[in-house]
Design a protein around this ligand. Structure first.
Ligand SMILES: O=C(O)COP(=O)(O)O
Ligand SMILES: [Mg+2]
Length: 226
């Protein structure tokens, strides 16, 4: 499907701009060690990223995507994870191939840019700075900026309002079904990257308007937009 030319592009963080799994997995595994529990490893953690820090910790404790651990275990685990991730965040996280070129193109072509992530703000801003990409975004909406996270449309609508763009002229670029659902509910167009984290499922099944293999391919997509 071809896109209508947007005025604003909002980019998801984990799995879209940044491969953050090595640092997240190291932090989860340190937390598990402190709790006397077995490590989870990068492969499982990759399938658990995308719904914020609290849900990641719940997934590590239960081994399930949507199960709730006992409250007491969660209350012990969350501060341990936060301590570890404050330490590890950005250490081994890297931009995915094509991100630097893609952001440069988008800025050069005059698109208003924002970052909308479910990652908590205390981790989002240092990570964007560590990777040298904080300067691209006119707005950053983190997982705890508002009471709602993606797949709720509120973070996307908040960014659109702040940047003065109508939802119909906005494009969300993400890696997971939560990005697609949030974009649909907000009345945005949505493109997804094929390389990110989507709980191990092919993102095409979430039916975004387009799938790209690198952010550099956004150029082709946007230049073809009507
Ligand atoms: O789950 C997280 O903490 C971050 O996820 P997102 O950047 O893909 O929204
Ligand atoms: Mg993501």
């Amino acid at each position: 499907m071809s896109l209508k030319r947007p005025q604003m592009v909002l980019l998801d963080l984990d799995g879209t701009l940044v491969d953050s799994v090595p640092d997240l997995a190291a932090s989860v595994d340190w937390m598990m060690g402190e709790l006397g529990l077995p490590a989870c490893g990068e492969t499982r953690v990759r399938d658990w990223v995308g719904n914020g820090v609290e849900r990641l910790v719940m997934r590590a404790l239960t081994g399930e995507l949507w199960a709730d651990p006992p409250e007491e275990a969660f209350a012990r685990a969350l501060p341990l994870f936060r301590t570890a991730y404050t330490e590890h965040n950005g250490r081994h996280s890297r931009l995915f191939p094509g991100v630097a070129g893609g952001l440069e193109y988008l800025r050069g072509a005059g698109y208003r840019l924002g970052c909308v992530t479910n990652k908590a703000e205390a981790f989002t801003l240092p990570l964007l700075r560590a990777l040298g990409i904080d300067g691209y975004f006119g707005i950053v909406v983190s997982g705890d900026t508002l009471p709602q996270k993606k797949p709720d449309p509120a973070p996307l609508l908040h960014a659109a309002e702040r940047l003065g763009v109508a939802p119909a002229r906005a494009l969300m670029v993400g890696d997971s079904e939560h990005d697609v659902k949030a974009a649909r509910a907000a009345g945005f167009q949505v493109a997804c990257v094929s390389y990110g984290y989507n709980h191990g499922r092919d993102i095409a099944t979430a039916q975004p308007d387009a799938v790209v293999d690198s952010l550099e391919q956004l150029r082709t997509l946007l230049e073809a937009a009507a």
